[in-house]
Design a binder for this molecule. Structure first.
Ligand SMILES: Nc1ncnc2c1ncn2[C@@H]1O[C@H](COP(=O)(O)OP(=O)(O)OP(=O)(O)O)[C@@H](O)[C@H]1O
Length: 277
């Protein structure tokens, strides 16, 4: 089944997505508030792979801001630059030009060790593959990034995260004893445990069935609305994107347009106008 067919099917199966105006006030959970300025800001970002006639301009002068306490989906046709954007915004790769500022830090000012520390302490990641350590319990998987950063967990925050992802009674289990949806919830708790500035999610529901995917997306949305965490999610799926406050469309390495309060049908229609996806 093509992505477009899957999206159309998902759209008809989707429960009405949550609406920003129905949400609890942003940032009411931890004293941080929406509207304090962007937590991630890209300005004039360019990234080119290769040289000369074979050069591929993956990002061409991309400028984008992400507000603290917001849930943004980044979409676009295949090859639009979504993965390259995510890698540059998260400090996994360096742009050729332009600036990326994360939590007030210009990433270009950091050497490789400092960049690794920033990713470990201030950025959370959720991927399609859960990437859990099979030998560790759920509890140890969740606190692993803190241990690696030699940081003491904040017990109240950890309790809150574990309760929110619904894993309180699974902390002693191994990943192999959990369903796919539960494993992804462990990965989300692990991403949130250090209380990062921002969580980047790359197709976080790509490996899940429709029902489980919706539960995970609702969880991400609830986390943003109740704790003021910031989530930026790259996805091909209009149903997934409809759970976000804002959907940003990239095309040909550039910002194309954006929508708020979007339904899966409207998002799919916009994607179809932008090109093959
Ligand atoms: N390491 C690389 N070397 C050469 N070209 C690359 C590399 N990574 C990405 N590209 C090219 O850069 C462009 C943008 O790629 P990117 O993976 O960011 O797009 P995308 O929107 O994530 O695509 P998709 O939806 O298919 O995953 C594409 O033309 C791709 O072929």
């Amino acid at each position: 089944m093509s992505r477009r067919d899957r999206a159309a099917r998902g759209a008809t199966e989707a429960a009405p997505p949550p609406r920003p105006d129905e949400a609890t006030p942003l940032g009411n959970g931890d004293g941080r508030r929406a509207g304090e300025g962007p937590v991630v800001s890209l300005s004039g970002v360019r990234k080119t792979y290769g040289r000369g006639a074979g050069a591929v301009h993956a990002l061409r002068d991309l400028s984008l801001d992400f507000t603290r306490g917001s849930f943004t989906a980044v979409m676009g046709p295949s090859g639009a630059g979504k993965s390259t954007f995510l890698h540059c915004a998260a400090g996994l790769d360096r742009p050729d030009a332009g600036t990326v500022v994360l939590g007030g830090t210009d990433l270009a000012s950091l050497n490789e060790v400092e960049l690794t520390m920033l990713r470990r302490e201030r950025v959370g990641f959720v991927f399609q593959a859960y990437n859990l350590m099979s030998a560790l319990t759920v509890a140890d998987n969740i606190t692993l990034p803190l241990m690696l950063a030699d940081r003491r967990p904040d017990p109240a925050w950890l309790d809150r995260v574990v309760a929110q992802v619904g894993l309180s009674d699974r902390l002693g289990h191994r990943p192999s004893e959990l369903s796919g949806g539960q494993q992804q919830r462990v990965a989300i708790a692990r991403a949130l445990a250090p209380r990062p500035e921002v969580v980047f999610a790359d197709e976080p529901t790509g490996a899940l069935d429709t029902r489980t995917a919706k539960q995970v997306l609702q969880l991400l949305r609830d986390v943003v609305d109740s704790t003021g965490q910031t989530v930026v999610m790259v996805t091909h799926d209009p149903v997934a994107a409809s759970y976000a406050h804002r959907v940003v469309f990239l095309a040909d390495g550039r910002y194309a347009e954006e929508m708020t309060r979007a339904t899966p049908e409207l998002i799919a229609e916009r994607m179809t106008r932008l090109g093959e996806w």
